[in-house]
Design a binder for this molecule. Structure first.
Ligand SMILES: Cc1cc2nc3c(=O)[nH]c(=O)nc-3n(C[C@H](O)[C@H](O)[C@H](O)COP(=O)(O)O)c2cc1C
Length: 321
């Protein structure tokens, strides 16, 4: 998720779950090929990790897939679900649902140069092209070129008139359509995405499909990740407390600070760790107000914990809202 799942967030997520597949933010082929930064940088601890690419030129996508494989990514995913204007101007994202031939050609070009899985994230439709036949035609053509893994955001996108945020909220979710897709393409790995906010919900979806992708909840309430391994991957590892998670982050934060990084680059992703608990507001506020300051160090994190513990109200006003 753009601006959210950067490498600091992913490291943080990985402290809680060893098995969850983590995705990068969408990185455009243009940025990788022409940009000056290293858009493929990640921490070794982040594995298993998928690079999500935005693009529609098969040669460029293949080039970037090859770079990703060389850098050790475990998977490369094409974004066919983002409806933003900027992305449409670049002729990629959700508008590519209307061009299954091009997506198929891209998958083909990428698969010719890498051995890691080439996967596609898409929606159930775009604009008035929202019939089940439209979706199955897309999946049929792209899978014919060797893509075996699809994640489906279970709502369509309106390419005009709705903001990306509205396009994550207004078009209704249709999980049954994704379940139907799995029944009609049993040989494919079909993952479902959209509006999933608990592991209980995830388990229900897993009775119908092969995978579950959680977006906003995994960011805004990241502690949901702490029991994924135990509940979904049969792990016997102990479940970490939130405080354990913070302690696991301390060496990473200190290294980042030593290298001249800012504290809030990391802590901004940790703001939701105590989501829903008494005192969470103190944690959030203290970090927001202090972690961006010049020279802010690990003492700010410790200060936020202390303040939270000191300010735990008998009843959290936030929960009463
Ligand atoms: C801030 C933000 C950035 C996002 N960026 C991306 C992105 O780069 N690539 C992508 O495939 N989806 C992106 N999404 C969409 C999510 O991956 C997901 O499909 C959507 O939020 C629905 O799932 P959820 O209800 O679990 O959040 C983004 C969502 C948000 C909130």
């Amino acid at each position: 998720m753009l601006d959210w799942t950067d490498r600091h967030y992913r490291y943080f997520a990985r402290t809680m779950s060893a098995n969850t597949l983590l995705y990068t933010e969408m990185v455009t082929t243009g940025a990788i090929i022409h940009g000056s930064g290293d858009y493929l940088a990640y921490n070794e601890e982040e594995h298993p990790i998928a690079l999500q690419l935005g693009g529609s030129n098969p040669a460029d996508l293949a080039h970037c897939a090859k770079l990703a494989a060389e850098r050790g990514y475990d998977e490369v995913n094409i974004n066919v679900g983002c409806p933003s204007d900027r992305v449409q101007n670049g002729r990629f994202g959700a508008c590519l649902m209307a061009e299954p031939e091009l997506v198929a050609e891209s998958v083909d070009a990428m698969k010719q140069v890498v051995d890691i899985p080439v996967t596609v994230k898409t929606r159930i439709g775009i604009d008035d092209q929202d019939s089940y036949e439209f979706l199955t035609r897309f999946i049929g053509m792209v899978s014919a070129k060797g893509c075996t893994d699809f994640t489906i955001h279970a709502r369509k996108a309106w390419l005009q008139g709705l903001s990306p945020k509205e396009n994550r909220e207004i078009p209704p979710l249709d999980y049954d359509r994704v379940y139907q897709l799995k029944r009609d393409f049993p040989q494919l790995n079909i993952g479902i995405n959209g509006g999933i906010t608990s592991l209980e919900q995830a388990k229900i979806h897993l009775q119908h499909v092969d995978g579950v992708m959680v977006g906003r909840e995994a960011y805004q309430n990241p502690y949901i990740l702490a029991q994924v391994d135990q509940q979904l991957f049969n792990s016997n590892a102990p479940v970490l407390s939130r405080e354990d998670v913070i302690e696991k982050m301390v060496p990473y934060i200190e290294k980042h600070l030593q290298q001249g990084g800012r504290l809030n680059h990391i802590t901004r992703h940790m703001i939701g760790l105590f989501q829903g608990l008494p005192g969470s507001r103190s944690w959030r506020r203290f970090l927001s107000e202090n972690a961006h300051k010049q020279g802010a160090g690990i003492e700010v994190v410790r200060g936020a914990i202390d303040l939270m513990n000191a300010n735990k109200p008998a009843v959290d006003p936030e929960l009463e809202r």
